[in-house]
Design a protein around this ligand. Structure first.
Ligand code: PEP
Ligand code: MG
Length: 549
């Protein structure tokens, strides 16, 4: 008999592939009517708090401190008297479980309506706690699947849902809701579980134990996948594991190219989990801390308290590291609702001096004792940089280095004047390439390898030369720094410092250790005469012999 596969697309927010049996973790509970001893409600909340604390403690004992803290938030919520009281009162009615469900939902909605972003985010945690309490009271939910290896399927997932099944057969997860910044996504990335979110709700109707392929790299979910596809996914997973092992063996080696030129390798982060991975992978610091990501759904400028809350966990483990904190970059595909229909980007921040001052105050405060540098995104003129510098000085911190991202053509053109104001530069190849080639950042054609286009390379060379003449350090923090075609070209252009996604550090180091800067410079000179990125890529492939395992 042949089985017909069903396919869905979604967004892979934690990389990897897995094939395992599906298990719907939040299958709707039959909320049967019937009286319930309200005292059991309080006990159920206490039990859920105990469960979550146990999961958090286990994570802490395994050295997963940040993850443990996230789960512990659920335990605190389960002891929140406001929530427990509301549920207790609801449970005295005729239909207690429905009542509790509605009371929890009302509480979650109340949180969602609050102006504080962090409190709003807790609504999902409240719903997770409510689900667990009802499961306990209804005694229907099977807290542990009987499957040897399984993929969790759910409307939405809390971090504890992943952690409590870790090491017990959990191979991946699929959800209808959630995003790259959800706590579940952060946990999944941190523990290396593939997670695809934004999948059609149809997936929720799959019977448990359906064979499910999760390919987070391709953003695909396939039920009853054909044998050949399963075999390919299994091979890819095995190869990836081996490859990672080999790449990691270079950690600790001196950072010099094949011809002895020193290079710097830093990481791009937006969470404490990434800081941990960066440290483990031997990054030398943070070359780009993206501060806007927690606020992309905000309906007002973040306050200094909002910024401090977001920054503290990230900066907690950065002792001895240089940390380049980029100011809010609400540009292009990162414009929050409150800036829709208004000028966004750097102009918005510079026009709202209170918002700028709030972020700077939070950086100075949360960054006490940290080797902090401030980086300004989307700079177009030296005046942009002067404005930020003045704001930093007004807060009594004139010695903090202030640098510019070079990611607009205007900034490249103004490079000599920018050198008179900037302490350092970082080339944002993602935006620069998109602008030069007139592509939207969300356009699937906007890929890192397009930085190999000679127009873009020419601009990069101008920045490197200008900065070198003025003795200003220059790095690249766009994704071209971690791409096999563009990395040799950037090295050939004279770039010696690269800041890349944490998951790409080992691979980038592997390449840099084996590249020859003189050979790269020769290829770069030839590339400037090519017609397009494809022709340049072919040239690089023909001439660069580094193959990654
Ligand atoms: C870039 O544009 O290259 C960059 C690093 O900034 P972001 O991707 O955050 O816009
Ligand atoms: Mg950018």
């Amino acid at each position: 008999m042949t089985t017909v596969s069903s396919r869905w697309t979604g967004t892979g927010v934690a990389p990897g592939t897995a094939v395992a049996a599906s298990w719907r973790v939040d299958r709707p509970i039959q909320l049967g009517a019937g009286p319930l001893d309200p005292n059991r409600v309080e006990q159920a909340f206490r039990d859920v708090a105990g469960d979550l604390n146990r999961v958090a403690n286990r994570a802490r004992a395994q050295g997963r401190r940040a993850v443990a803290d996230i789960v512990a938030v659920g335990a605190v919520i389960a002891t929140d008297p406001g929530l427990v009281d509301a549920a207790w009162r609801a449970a005295t009615g005729d239909d207690p479980l429905h009542g509790i469900h509605d009371a929890v939902e009302e509480y979650a909605r109340m949180l969602e309506s609050l102006p504080d972003e962090m409190l709003r985010e807790r609504a999902a945690d409240v719903r997770q706690v409510g689900r667990r309490v009802i499961e306990r009271l209804a005694r229907t939910g099977s807290a542990t699947p009987t499957l040897r290896r399984f993929v969790l399927v759910a409307e939405d997932l809390g971090p504890a849902d992943l952690l409590e099944h870790l090491g017990q057969g959990l191979a991946g997860a699929v959800t209808v809701r959630g995003g790259a910044n959800s706590h579940a996504a952060i946990v999944a990335r941190s523990v290396g579980l593939p997670l695809v979110v934004g999948v059609d709700p149809e997936v929720l109707d799959l019977p448990d134990s359906t064979s499910l392929l999760v390919d987070a790299d391709a953003g695909a979910v396939v039920a009853d996948p054909p044998y050949a596809e399963v075999a390919r996914a299994d091979e890819a997973t095995a190869r990836d594991g081996q490859r990672r092992g080999v790449l990691a063996t270079d950690r600790g080696r001196l950072h010099v190219t094949a011809d002895g030129q020193p290079f710097g390798l830093l990481c791009n982060v937006a969470s404490d989990t990434e800081v941990r991975v960066g440290r483990e992978s031997g990054a030398e610091g943070i070359g780009l801390l993206r501060t806007e990501l927690p606020f992309l759904h905000a309906d007002r400028w973040p306050t200094d308290a909002d910024h401090r809350r977001a920054l503290r966990p990230i900066l907690a483990d950065t002792a001895g590291w240089p940390v380049t904190i980029r100011l809010l970059d609400f540009a292009n595909d990162k414009v929050p609702p409150f800036l829709k229909d208004q000028p966004a980007g750097l102009k918005a921040l510079l026009d709202n001096r209170d918002a700028l001052a709030a972020q700077l105050r939070a950086i100075l405060d949360a960054g006490r004792g940290v080797d902090v540098r401030i980086m300004v995104p989307m700079v177009t003129t030296a005046a942009d940089l002067r404005a930020v510098r003045a704001a930093v000085s007004e807060l009594g911190a004139p010695a903090i280095p202030v640098g510019a991202m070079v990611e607009t053509v205007a900034a490249v053109t103004a490079i000599d004047e920018l050198c008179t104001v900037a302490d350092f530069f970082s080339i944002g190849t993602n935006d620069l390439t998109a602008q030069v080639l007139d592509l939207d950042r969300t356009d699937p054609r906007a890929r890192p390898e397009l930085t190999a286009h000679p127009y873009v390379l020419d601009l990069i060379a101008r920045v490197v030369t200008g900065a070198r003449l003025a003795h200003r350090p220059v790095s690249v923090c766009g994704d071209a720094g971690a791409h096999p075609t563009t990395l040799p070209l950037l090295l050939g252009a004279g770039v010696r410092h690269f800041s890349v996604a944490c998951a790409r550090i080992d691979e980038t180091r592997y390449r840099l250790l084996r590249l020859d800067t003189a050979a790269c410079a020769g290829i770069f000179a030839e590339a400037l005469a090519m017609r397009d990125a494809e022709e340049t890529a072919t040239l690089v492939r023909q001439r660069i012999g580094v193959t990654v395992p």
